[in-house]
Design a protein around this ligand. Structure first.
Ligand SMILES: [Zn+2]
Length: 100
């Protein structure tokens, strides 16, 4: 079994068998999430990576999980109108910085 190298938020770099890793699609195009249980601290860990890295993990034996329902609903027309209005404002960056 191939071992994959991933990064735990607490322990840093860890290696674990590919079968212990789950690659999940995200709402964001081109991005996937690799989730695994850290072999060192036992905590659930997640690592975002791009699709090509995710594909490599899958080829190495990781499990795939289809994307779950996105947390935020997709943008509707009203959101786009609002966004367009915001973009026309000179203090747009400031507003976004405040909410973020
Ligand atoms: Zn850990």
């Amino acid at each position: 079994m191939r071992r994959l190298r991933l990064c735990c938020a607490d322990c840093g770099e860890v290696t674990l068998p590919a079968s212990e890793v789950t690659v999940t699609g995200t709402a964001e195009p081109g991005r996937v999430t690799c989730s695994f249980q850290c072999p060192v601290c036992g905590g659930a860990s997640e690592q975002g990576c791009d699709v090509s890295a995710g594909r490599l993990l899958l080829m190495g034996g990781a499990k795939a999980k289809p994307a779950t329902a996105p947390v935020a609903p997709p943008l509707g027309l009203a959101d786009l109108v609002l966004l367009r209005e915001l973009l026309n404002r000179s203090d747009f960056v400031e507003i976004m910085g405040r909410t973020g």
